[in-house]
Design a protein around this ligand. Structure first.
Ligand SMILES: Nc1ncnc2c1ncn2[C@@H]1O[C@H](COP(=O)(O)OP(=O)(O)OP(=O)(O)O)[C@@H](O)[C@H]1O
Ligand SMILES: [Mg+2]
Length: 310
């Protein structure tokens, strides 16, 4: 399958953004204050996380990525904004003075994570209203909408967003979280991974049983399609017409974190070029195979996708 040109594809990404922050340093002594190691930080690295990583993946394909989200009015928010600009994402970040930007801070010494510290606050009602207002004006400039739900409260108006996107005839893809999927009713496609799907539909013992569960959930939620991403088993797409399965493409696996972000980003960008579901899924799987072969949350480029063509 040829890689299409993404240059006129426009994708609107809405959801929970976060900053993945790494403090690298050395441990030379134990603290005199408490029995804990003292890390002397030598290097700090910031990376985009959550919906911001989805947007970065869309941009790396050469599509136009517009990101709509909430951050705090703080230094971490500034860092996210700068990273996104650097990656070619148009970011509409609403600054909520009452919260801190979601940050996952890791302290790492000798390649070992010693501690992770999370900063997380729910956005305020007023800010979520202003995000919805932006959504209503931005949707007309998008071909596809991706909602990236990381359960941090940034998608407070998700039901309205899905309804508005439907009315505007824009495909709407959701990366789900949690146990209540009724919020995603009427979306075009949702992309749970294996354990997320098991959490809402229960476990299965055979492919037939999985298919039955997937189709039941798809019908119940009035979705066009349900994509279960299955780690080393690849991915399966369930639609009215039946199931389509793709095995994994990866030759070497280094780091699977962020593969789900790459899947929904590529799927969405493909649909935005006018590609059919089958091709979009195959390209998403190809892109996932590329990023799991890289360290950290990574992206795939059109050239790399081209090189994988068989
Ligand atoms: N171990 C693996 N070997 C080969 N391919 C993999 C592996 N793990 C993931 N992939 C590829 O990445 C896709 C998405 O992975 P997965 O189902 O783990 O999503 P996810 O759990 O949402 O990822 P994350 O939450 O880390 O972003 C898979 O469908 C597959 O194509
Ligand atoms: Mg995921």
């Amino acid at each position: 399958m040829k890689v299409p040109s993404f240059s006129s594809a426009r994708v609107l990404i809405v959801g929970d953004v976060m900053l993945d922050r790494y403090w690298f340093g050395d441990v030379e002594r134990i603290s005199p204050e408490a029995p804990v190691p003292v890390i002397k930080v030598g290097r700090i690295e910031d990376r985009t996380g959550g919906a911001a990583n989805v947007a970065r993946n869309v941009a790396s394909l050469g599509a136009k990525a517009t990101l709509l989200s909430v951050v705090g009015d703080d230094e971490a928010g500034n860092s996210l904004e700068a990273l996104l600009k650097n990656e070619g994402v148009s970011a509409l970040l609403h600054r909520d003075k009452s919260i801190s930007t979601t940050v996952k801070l890791r302290a790492i010494a000798r390649h070992q994570q010693l501690l992770r510290i999370d900063f997380e606050t729910q956005p305020s009602f007023e800010i979520l209203e202003s995000v919805l207002a932006d959504f209503i004006s931005e949707i007309h400039h998008a071909d596809v909408v991706i909602l990236s739900d990381y359960g941090k409260g940034g998608l407070g108006h998700i039901e309205k967003m899905i309804r508005i996107a439907r009315e505007a005839n824009k495909p709407i893809l959701v990366d789900p979280k949690g146990e209540d999927y009724s919020r995603y009713r009427g979306a075009t496609l949702i992309t749970p991974n294996r354990s997320e799907f098991r959490q809402v539909a229960g476990s299965w013992k055979s492919e037939e049983e999985l298919e039955k569960k997937a189709q039941n959930l798809r019908k119940e939620l009035e979705l066009d399609a349900l994509l279960v991403t299955r780690s080393e088993e690849g991915m399966s797409l369930y639609r009215e017409a039946g199931v389509l399965h793709e095995g994994v493409k990866a030759r070497e696996v280094y780091d699977v974190s962020g593969a789900g972000d790459t899947v929904i980003a590529t799927f969405g960008a493909m649909l935005a070029t006018g590609s059919p579901f089958e091709d979009s899924m195959r390209m998403a799987n190809r892109a996932a195979g590329i990023v799991v072969g890289k360290l950290g949350t990574a992206v795939a480029t059109p050239q790399e996708l081209e090189n994988q063509e068989k």
